[in-house]
Design a protein around this ligand. Structure first.
Ligand code: ZN
Length: 148
């Protein structure tokens, strides 16, 4: 019984150490001025899965100033923005498109959302970009996604 308790304490401390070792959750903000607050995002290869929290700190509704956070290879970004236009409102995202590595919902002012995805499936030396697929926003709302 005592041994089992010691084992349990050991196990719990291991788990909490792993959780402390790497923060695999990142938050990015967007606003009414069509901006993300980060020009690039750096994530660790130690993260097997990554959670992105997207906050819209503005007031405008999603149909006028909607934002999402979409990740693809830099090469796929332009064709994806075209596909997003075709997909139309309210998601502005093609369904089941393999070029989309991860994507949040489209949100409006005062809202927040998140997406969790498998980072270990990506190539750390790859060229990735995150962007917003609301029409026209990708010109400003984009950034480099770096795995290091
Ligand atoms: Zn946007």
């Amino acid at each position: 019984m005592r041994l089992f308790q010691i084992f349990l304490i050991f196990l719990i401390s291991c788990i909490s150490n792993i959780a402390l070792a790497q923060d695999c959750t990142q938050t990015i903000e967007s606003n009414d001025a069509m901006q993300f607050d980060l020009k690039e995002m750096r994530v660790s290869t130690e993260c097997k899965s990554l959670t992105i929290n997207l906050k819209h700190v503005g007031n405008l509704p999603a149909q006028f100033m909607g934002h999402n956070w979409v990740l693809s290879t830099t090469e796929d970004m332009m064709p994806l923005t075209g596909a997003a236009m075709q997909a139309g409102a309210p998601s502005y995202l093609p369904e089941n498109d393999p070029r989309v590595i991860a994507a949040t919902d489209m949100i409006g002012g005062g809202q927040e959302t998140s997406v969790t995805f498998d980072l270990s499936a990506l190539d750390p030396s790859g060229d990735y970009t995150y962007f917003c697929t609301f029409p026209g926003h990708y010109a400003i709302m984009k950034g480099k996604f770096i795995i290091e």
